[in-house]
Design a protein around this ligand. Structure first.
Ligand code: ZN
Length: 198
């Protein structure tokens, strides 16, 4: 016999599909939502569907946004001649949280991985090259220090260098295999300051 009725089970199942959420946590979340005031639960559901519906990629840097341009690309105070290349919006958020980086970003949405069959065409590389036809002084490659991140960094540097644009790679301090999003701000800033030319 099922422990819960169908609708409760469905809710638990939906929560358990989220990353890092096991069966137990999913149950906890489901019961938390069921105990919320009706209005609050509807607010949560609306926030999810509304964000999902209206969020798209920034046409310049491919960060997630609900406008044509993300707030960073739209800002006059950001230096558009320095582009930091990251694997995903979470890494961008990690650098943005430091509050010290004043350039702009380019979000690849992945990294080259022959093992997983992800080639250069599967990530936003063509779009990066298009951006480099404008006035760009430096490309800072801030892909993860995983095998895929390193391979992607090498690939990009080979593409960008012939265009006469300075290419650098964020420095050590970031553990090998480490995801940027899990790294503290001080380490991220040190890595940025100590970036090396490629
Ligand atoms: Zn943008």
């Amino acid at each position: 016999m099922e422990l819960y009725s169908e609708k409760i089970n469905r809710l638990i199942e939906e929560f358990s599909r989220l990353p890092g959420i096991g069966r137990k946590s999913a149950q906890r979340l489901a019961f938390h939502v069921l105990n919320m005031p009706q209005e609050q639960a509807e607010g949560l559901a609306y926030a999810i569907t509304d964000a999902r519906r209206s969020v798209c990629y920034c046409k310049e840097c491919f960060n997630l946004t609900d406008r044509e341009l993300c707030p960073i690309c739209a800002s006059d105070s950001r230096n558009k001649r320095i582009i930091m290349v990251v694997e995903n919006p979470r890494d961008l958020a990690a650098y943005e949280k430091t509050g010290k980086y004043t350039g702009v970003y380019h979000v690849l949405h992945g990294a080259i991985s022959p093992m997983l069959g992800i080639g250069p065409n599967e990530i936003r590389l063509k779009e990066l090259l298009l951006r480099l036809q404008q006035d760009v002084d430096e490309v800072i490659i801030a892909t993860n220090s995983s095998l895929e991140g390193e391979a992607t960094a090498m690939y990009i540097s080979k593409l960008v260098k012939p265009a006469g644009i300075k290419v650098s790679r964020i420095a050590s301090g970031i553990p090998v295999g480490g995801d940027l999003e899990n790294i503290d701000e001080v380490t991220l800033l040190k890595a940025l300051d100590g970036r090396t030319p490629l």
